[in-house]
Design a protein around this ligand. Structure first.
Ligand code: ADP
Length: 449
């Protein structure tokens, strides 16, 4: 009971008792009017006491945050208690709905790949999403209240925070060797919102794009410079017929080099920009072998022993031009990197688990172990001058890798310097099937995978 009301109740009760006693004395002394007045006063005192007690219990309930049900009171107090109770339940429902909304909002923020960090006017962390914590190496609970620049100490970030706000994001090394970008926005009274993003992949792609453009420019500039030199020579010097022919031959070679480069670049662009080849267009492996053989025979011009075997019982589901380009690139490389008198063998084999394999083996110069992981990178060459001399662009194996990936396959290389190389194109069971070798055209599938 509240002390004030308790005091009222006590005063009321004691007052009533006094008046009652007064009434008894007045009645006993023969003054009835005074007696009635005293009785009325006694009744009012009792009423006052009753109301005070109800108000006190109501106030007690309110003081305890209106926990549980309202006290059982009657009359106007019951009505007041009911209205207060309703208002409180309404507010409770509203608060619950707001909390739900806040939880949903925070869950959405947490689901974003962008990290969110909220700072107070002193740059102390007031909230941190899981992603921001991962980006910056923070603990979303433990680090609350800490100045962010005490925890994220990358100089670029610290400097940016000191000069923020800025409409430009800052990039800096993040936790775990990643590369991060952070955008700082001001809001409210000195509060700050920091949005973090992992840009490792983006920066890597940008670097690759820049080096690709630089490589292409370099590859084109060299033959172009040579061509321009020859044109100048021919236009300024009187050349004999023999000299003219020699210069024209050299010019043709340079022009061809540029043509091959542009063709390879277009092939790569097409491979990257088109959907995967359909898995229901079946090609005969023997046809692909025939085309590759024609390429090898023409390039080798009788300088190598060429062997082609297998594949009569196999079909591949995929794009004929792409698969010919992949196999052709390997066969041409095998011839180019094998000295006269060497051997080149192309074979189709089946693996026990149903994969089909094109194997191109040569007895050529071979490749040092440290180069193997990088062979399929664009413009990667083990020996640049040898590659260019033999008409290479440095894009061949990159094309092969793309083609294989688009057919769900893999490329595998084994090589030993001085002994030769073995390149294998592995195609998954979903893309290959056995057929019964037919002498009259259409081969019939015997196993569908
Ligand atoms: P390139 O047009 O230079 O041949 P590729 O992408 O086809 O480009 O090959 C990349 C590099 O791999 C080549 O420059 C060469 O050094 C090496 N290479 C490829 N195939 C062979 C092979 N059969 N024997 C030895 N080296 C090879």
């Amino acid at each position: 009971m509240s002390s004030k009301l308790a005091r009222f109740a006590t005063v009321g009760g004691v007052g009533s008792c006094c008046v009652g006693v007064g009434w008894l004395m007045a009645f006993a002394s023969g003054q009835p009017l005074a007696g009635w007045l005293c009785a009325a006063a006694l009744g009012m005192g009792a009423l006052y006491l009753d109301q005070s007690l109800k108000a006190a219990s109501l106030l007690d309930w309110l003081r305890n945050d209106a926990d549980g049900t309202a006290p059982r009171v009657v009359g106007i107090w019951a009505d007041i208690a009911h209205q207060v109770d309703r208002a409180l339940r309404r507010r409770e429902r509203h608060t619950f709905a707001e909390q739900q909304r806040l939880t949903e909002f925070l869950t959405a923020v947490e689901a974003s790949p962008i990290g969110v960090l909220m700072l107070d006017a002193n740059q102390q962390i007031t909230w941190c999403s899981r992603v921001a914590a991962d980006h910056l190496g923070l603990d979303p609970k433990r680090d609350l209240g800490q100045p962010v620049t005490n925890l994220v100490r990358a100089p670029a970030f610290v400097e940016h925070m000191a000069s923020a706000p800025s409409s430009e994001p800052v990039s800096f090394p993040g936790f775990n060797g990643s590369r991060l970008s952070a955008l700082v926005q001001s809001y409210g009274e000195g509060l700050k919102l920091v949005l973090t993003q992992d840009i490792t992949e983006h920066e890597r792609a940008e670097l690759m794009r820049r080096s690709f453009v630089a490589n292409v420019s370099h590859e084109i500039r060299t033959p172009l410079t040579v061509l321009a030199g020859f044109v100048e020579t021919m236009s300024q010097l009187p050349l004999s017929e023999t000299e003219r022919k020699r210069v024209l031959t050299l010019m043709t070679a340079q022009a061809q080099r540029m043509q091959t480069l542009v063709a390879d670049l277009l092939t790569l662009a097409q491979l990257e920009g088109s959907p995967r080849p359909a898995a229901d267009r079946w090609l005969r492996v023997s046809d692909l072998m025939q085309r590759a053989k024609a390429d090898a025979v023409s390039l080798s011009a009788g300088r190598h022993a060429l062997r082609f075997a297998g594949g009569e019982d196999a079909q591949i589901a995929g794009d004929e031009t792409e698969l010919h380009s992949a196999l052709g690139n390997l066969v041409v490389n095998a011839v180019r990197y094998t000295a006269s008198g060497g051997e080149v063998e192309v074979r189709w084999t089946w693996m026990a688990d149903g994969w089909g394999v094109f194997q191109v083996r040569d007895t050529g110069i071979g490749i040092e172990r440290e180069h193997l992981p990088r062979l399929t990178e664009r413009f990667y060459r083990v020996d640049g001058s040898r590659s260019r001399e033999t008409g290479g662009t440095g894009l061949g194996l990159s094309i092969v890798k793309h083609v294989l990936q688009r057919h769900g396959g893999e490329i595998d290389v084994q090589s030993e310097p001085g002994k030769g190389s073995c390149f294998r194109l592995l195609l998954p069971p979903s893309r290959v099937r056995r057929v019964s070798p037919s002498t009259s055209g259409e081969a019939q599938p015997v196993i569908d995978r």
